[in-house]
Design a protein around this ligand. Structure first.
Ligand SMILES: Cc1cc2nc3c(=O)[nH]c(=O)nc-3n(C[C@H](O)[C@H](O)[C@H](O)COP(=O)(O)O)c2cc1C
Length: 206
């Protein structure tokens, strides 16, 4: 399949009948049109400007629930998401994120933490699965947030020790990533992606 080719719907759905119309990701606000999974994947952007508008509690719960549904190695679910809403906490987190002040604009900052002890210890025979597991959960969250009209931005430019200090985290829990969560105040253009030919090879690594 070449870059730009339409991916056949049967790769995602069993039939092309009613199931094709299935709303894979509910859209959470009554005013918005439902958004299906591929649309959410294609139109999500990293958002670095946020409106000073609170996120409704039920929408937050739905978005968090999407992360809860994520798969994980051995189904261990070795994570905890800290929801920071306090202005002072958010300010300290922004400082811990090497001064990325835009995250304070968002009403919520989510800190996605991994618990190595609870994770599958020998992924690939050599590593703990916690970073993979947390990343999948956070990616579910970012897509569900977008489908619900919210913006996010993966943040891994941070000093772990500082984040841990701000949140009072135990020694054995690791910070994997953060994201602001709130209503976007910008509509960024899409960023470029490599062609499939650069990213995918068949039968042998080359
Ligand atoms: C693992 C990861 C870490 C990232 N860290 C940061 C970050 O610290 N600060 C930031 O502004 N954006 C960060 N980003 C956002 C990327 O810059 C962005 O995803 C990329 O440029 C593609 O743009 P898009 O998300 O709008 O498609 C990160 C993204 C990922 C996946």
């Amino acid at each position: 399949m070449l870059a730009g080719d339409r991916i056949p719907s049967q790769m995602f759905l069993k039939t092309e009948t009613d199931e094709q119309k299935l709303i894979l990701l509910p859209n959470f606000t009554s005013e918005r049109e439902p958004m299906d999974l591929m649309e959410a994947i294609k139109t999500r952007r990293s958002i670095r400007r946020y409106k000073p508008v609170p996120v409704p509690e039920d929408l937050l719960k739905e978005v968090l629930n999407a992360s809860r549904m994520a798969p994980s190695a051995d189904n261990a679910q070795p994570w905890k998401f800290v929801i920071a809403r306090d202005e002072q906490v958010k300010l300290k987190l922004a400082a811990a994120c090497n001064g990325q002040k835009f995250i304070v604009q968002a009403p919520i900052v989510i800190v996605a933490c991994g618990i190595p002890e609870e994770a599958f210890q020998t992924a690939g025979g050599y590593m703990s699965s916690h970073v993979i597991d947390v990343s999948i959960a956070l990616d579910h969250l970012t897509l569900a947030a977008h489908a619900g009209g919210l913006g996010t931005c993966w943040i891994v430019s941070f000093k772990e020790e500082k984040v841990k200090e701000v949140l009072g985290m135990p020694e054995d829990v690791r910070v994997v990533a953060l994201t602001p969560l709130g209503y976007p105040d910008e509509a960024p253009d899409k960023t470029p992606r490599k062609n499939l030919e650069e990213l995918v090879v068949y039968d042998r690594y080359q």
